[in-house]
Design a protein around this ligand. Structure first.
Ligand code: HEC
Length: 188
């Protein structure tokens, strides 16, 4: 089909059943931008999805984030206090003193062997958890309904840490006479 304005600079020579295309190309800068995005997408796809084992694909990123989150949550909260269960001699000595001074011996025995009231602190069995932070929590908040008093208003955090150090570092495994039968779950 011919058209007398076919060659007009306003139309291209594309003609579909009389429907003509305006000669209105996009400016070069738009074209280059468009081509640029295609080139960029190739780089992007290879870098973030395709390149084998570069650790940048979604599954690797997910695993990295999960590992990080796991590490952060175990670094936070009450367990933070005892995250590194390294007890110094000074802490253990202070804890020993506190064990008498704060009256722990009344319910846990002179040597932590336990008595009719409180459990044995020298075996590997624990009612409220194995971790230093869990012991610290029992001392801090107590188990009032079972007769274990909360010490948070009577001891500083450092003193509570020292008590845990004494219990885990000195008492556990000390095998005192008349030790009370184990209670709770054995901790490795
Ligand atoms: C009035 C008695 C009493 C006094 C004083 C006392 N406790 Fe306890 N304690 C208990 C009882 C009873 C339990 C067991 C609670 C339970 O069965 O849930 C306990 C449990 C604990 C536990 C957890 C044991 C486990 O198996 O999980 C720790 C740790 C502990 N006491 C430390 C101390 C320290 C340190 C002191 C002194 C600062 C102290 N207690 C003073 C009665 C006492």
């Amino acid at each position: 089909m011919t058209n007398n304005i076919q060659n007009d600079k306003f139309f291209t020579d594309h003609d579909y059943d009389g429907i003509q295309e305006l000669n209105n190309p996009s400016p070069y800068w738009v074209l280059f931008l468009f081509l640029g995005t295609i080139v960029f997408s190739l780089f992007y796809a290879v870098h973030y999805f395709g390149f084998p084992n570069n650790g940048r694909d979604q599954i690797s990123e997910y695993n990295k984030q999960m590992a990080l989150a796991g590490k952060q949550s175990s670094d936070q909260g009450p367990s933070d206090m005892m995250a590194a269960a390294v007890f110094t001699k000074e802490q253990m000595a202070e804890g020993a003193k506190l064990f008498t001074e704060k009256g722990c011996i009344a319910c846990h025995g002179m040597k932590g062997e336990g008595n009719a009231i409180g459990p044995n602190m020298t075996d590997k069995f624990w009612i409220h958890g194995c971790k230093p932070a869990e012991l610290a929590k029992v001392i801090t908040d107590g188990i009032p309904e079972k007769g274990m008093a909360p010490y948070k208003s009577m001891m500083t955090d450092a003193q509570i840490r020292s008590s845990v150090a004494y219990i885990l570092g000195t008492l556990v495994g000390s095998n005192p006479p008349n030790a009370k039968a184990p209670q709770g779950v054995e901790c490795k």
